[in-house]
Design a protein around this ligand. Structure first.
Ligand code: ATP
Ligand code: MG
Length: 422
């Protein structure tokens, strides 16, 4: 026998047993975001490597070590997208969209990062991203919080905390960077190898370190919050007022600096303690300078990304059941004589009923074995087509989830019965 083929480590299949849950989550998100007037967009999975390097920043984990990149025969370096913002910004600039007014968009799809696979961390994973271009007021930052907060409620999730921080203007950040470098330089002997490297390349990221031994050093570091420019401080105050007026609880986490380079002002994460170390299910912030940095006209921007695998893990962890409200009908049609008719009936049911699942038995086995399959499929009704029914031009309906009586009807009466049922 030849060797079994296997998927690549950290890249997962979606199995049929999990597909209802995924579809439910993706639909809930898409319906909610559309209801707020956001448009669904798509960008390619592959972009020029430079697009990601410029957007995400050289001194980040993603660009330093997580990208899947290769060189084309003409010398171009291309990469699988590790996140969605860079491609989205490239699209906005290429098609000149912000010129037409505020752009509110969302997208979903696979992202690729060469990380060490573990629970909640994969090499191919899926995000829903959302971005707004051309709105500077903190009202839009708060709208994003309102939407995600409402999403957790719609999905039935609990134990999710909103952490917020502000990174100020790029000028405030630059002068704070110097203050931070001075502080950590005085404590060089307490820094680990990663942090020593970041001291040169991206000192703010030291605040993000999970190294336990460095926690008190980090907690005592000067805070960006104390070195903010006036406009950013005011913007942050407005953001908090909006959250208060919406009744959305939050905690301020001054160590929240986010992995990516492009953020300014508002940054946030929705986190949970129910998933162990991979507890961030949604993250984002403002990146007012990025469009210009990527070659576009100055355009304010704010966005977020939801990690779908972590969201699904959390739904499972919290034992949240989904119900799709679909009426499911299993056509029980044993024996050769009724097969043509059963296809016609299935076709008619699909044409006339909406929001249903219709299983047409393909085994042509006995009544008994088909009823077993109907139960296994968790169908609401069995629609029975035996030879007797065929001869009388009728069908029988047997409820599978109640003690109600079986009834024998014309097909049109049966369709009416199913339509009225809900
Ligand atoms: P982390 O600190 O967990 O590495 P990150 O800062 O790299 O996260 P972002 O780039 O902000 O994450 O991506 C947004 C969201 O996408 C994360 O909050 C998480 O839910 C999800 N995510 C990021 N990387 C992965 C991964 N490798 N596998 C699964 N989900 C991921
Ligand atoms: Mg990461």
């Amino acid at each position: 026998m030849s060797k079994k083929i296997q998927a690549i480590r950290g890249m997962n299949d979606l199995l049929p047993k999990d597909s209802d849950l995924w579809t439910h989550v993706e639909r809930t998100i898409a319906d909610l975001f559309s209801a707020y007037g956001y448009k669904n967009i798509r960008t390619p999975v592959v972009e020029k490597t430079d697009t990601f390097c410029r957007a995400i920043g050289q001194a980040t984990d993603i660009v330093e070590k997580e990208m899947y990149s290769w060189t084309e025969s003409n010398g171009d370096s291309l990469s699988l997208r590790p996140e969605g913002t860079a491609g989205c910004v490239r699209m906005m600039i290429e098609h000149n969209l912000p010129r037409e007014g505020i752009q509110k968009v969302f997208y979903q799809g696979a992202m690729f990062r060469h990380e060490r696979p573990q629970k909640g961390r994969y090499r191919q994973f899926h995000q829903v991203g959302l971005e707004v271009f051309g709105a500077a007021d903190a009202k839009i930052d708060a709208e994003l919080m309102m939407m995600t907060h409402s999403l957790w409620k719609k999905l039935g999730l609990k134990n999710i905390t909103l952490e917020i921080n502000t990174l100020g203007s790029s000028e405030a950040r630059a002068s704070y960077r110097n203050i931070l470098v001075e502080y950590f330089s005085q404590h060089k002997d307490e820094l680990d190898e990663d942090s020593l490297r970041r001291l040169e390349t991206n000192p703010l990221r030291i605040l993000d370190s999970k190294n336990r031994e460095m926690q008190s050093l980090i907690n005592n570091a000067p805070k960006l919050m104390d070195h903010l420019d006036d406009e950013s401080a005011e913007h942050f105050e407005q953001f908090k007022s909006y959250l208060d007026c919406l009744g959305i609880d939050f905690v301020i986490n001054t160590r929240l600096v986010r992995g990516l380079d492009y953020y300014n002002r508002t940054v946030f994460e929705w986190t949970t303690t129910d998933l162990g170390a991979q507890g961030t299910i949604c993250a984002g912030g403002r990146y007012d300078g990025l469009v210009e940095k990527m070659g576009g006209k100055p355009t304010t921007a704010v966005g977020l990304a939801i990690g779908l695998e972590r969201l699904i893990l959390l739904l499972e962890e919290q034992n949240i059941e989904i119900s799709d409200n679909k009426l499911s009908i299993y056509i029980v049609a044993p024996g050769d004589a009724v097969q043509l008719k059963s296809m016609q009936i299935a076709n008619k049911l699909h044409d006339t009923l909406s929001n249903v699942i219709i299983y047409n038995d393909m085994t042509i086995g006995s009544f008994k074995s088909q009823f077993k399959k109907a139960d296994k499929a968790n169908a609401d009704f069995a629609l029975i087509l035996g030879e007797e029914e065929l001869n009388d031009n009728k069908i029988s309906i047997k409820p599978l989830k109640s003690q109600d009586e079986q009834k024998t009807l014309d097909l049109d009466e049966a369709i009416k019965f199913f339509k009225d049922y809900r």
